[in-house]
Design a protein around this ligand. Structure first.
Ligand code: ATR
Length: 288
């Protein structure tokens, strides 16, 4: 019997959810609800508003209530790790968990943000990453996830540029054995854009409601470059619009969100995720 069938039989449905604080804005319930429906799986994916001081209790409740798994979002991605039985290699290296799988009471933490991002990038904008030159803006939690996965693609060089330069330098040192990575200050980034194949914004510059913001001048971009932005609200940031107008390939953050969820769903159900239905549900709840 497959793992998800055990849960379907024991509880009358597959129980899934997302834990965060706040959580009301999360679009994961709609996306995963559509996915369960498309797969014909009886179950529910519920938003769970969990304050930090109750996180340990909430994780225990996954076992008690027989949840097959949950996603974990801000602010619990790091703090949740101490309450789990084991960590997948991705979560341990990145230092954050966004997906928990419950195998008969044993909880494993995964990080699907990085692999979700790379799957989306390759499917939608840059099929081949080997030997490319990559510039990543930002060195926070989101950057860590994607850089870890990008280095597995064996780029020629990956430069991390951050407002607080020390954070980028430290990250590069920590992962120097994973690939050719270097940390610099954000103000140095413009001089590295020429000759770069792929520029990725992981900062919040340009995110709703400050949609006029952009991390650097589009004048620096050359046609043929791939410009990627982790932001998905708005669907097309100013950076992406200007990049597209200059003949670059623009890649938005919606795909990353869809594919991080797709990997999580695949871990929980053992079945290929209905990616198109998930993307459609996201677009619908974003009103486009
Ligand atoms: P996330 O999980 O979204 O990455 P985070 O861990 O708080 O969130 O990291 C935010 C990143 O965006 C950091 O790299 C941050 O730079 P600092 O380390 O210097 O704080 C960057 N960032 C946020 N706002 C920024 C701004 N206005 N200008 C430049 N960088 C900014």
């Amino acid at each position: 019997m497959k793992a998800e069938e055990q849960f379907v039989h024991s509880s009358g449905g597959l129980l899934l959810g997302v834990m965060g604080d706040p959580i009301a804005h999360s679009k994961s319930p709609q996306m995963h609800g559509a996915a369960l429906q498309a797969l014909g799986i009886t179950g529910a994916y519920v938003p769970l508003h969990i304050a930090s001081e109750r996180l340990g209790d909430a994780i225990s409740a996954i076992r008690t209530l027989g949840f097959r798994g949950v996603n974990v979002t801000i602010p619990h991605k790091v703090a949740v790790m101490e309450f789990l039985d084991q960590l997948d290699e991705s979560a341990a290296s990145i230092g954050a968990v966004n997906t928990i799988v419950n195998d008969g009471g044993r909880l494993t933490g995964y990080n699907t943000d990085g692999i979700g991002y790379v799957r989306s990038l390759k499917a939608e904008a840059a099929p081949e990453l080997q030997d490319t030159r990559i510039l990543v803006l930002g060195a926070g939690g989101a950057a860590r996830g994607i850089i870890h996965s990008l280095l597995k693609e064996r780029p020629a060089e990956l430069i991390v540029a951050n407002r607080t330069p020390d954070k980028a330098v430290q990250l590069a040192e920590e992962w120097s054995t994973l690939g050719p990575i270097r940390g610099i200050g954000l103000e140095e980034a413009p001089s590295f854009i020429e000759g770069t194949d792929l520029v990725i914004n992981t900062t919040s510059i340009g995110m709703h409601p400050k949609v006029d913001g952009t991390p650097f001048s589009a004048d620096l971009l050359a046609p043929g470059m791939v410009v990627s932005d982790l932001i998905y609200n708005p669907l097309e940031t100013r950076l992406l619009r200007e990049a597209r107008e200059r003949g670059c390939t623009a890649h938005g953050g919606l795909g990353m969100f869809v594919y991080q969820g797709a990997y999580a769903l695949e871990y929980w159900t053992g079945r290929p995720a209905p990616v198109d239905a998930m993307r459609q549900a996201m677009l619908e709840c974003m009103g486009s």
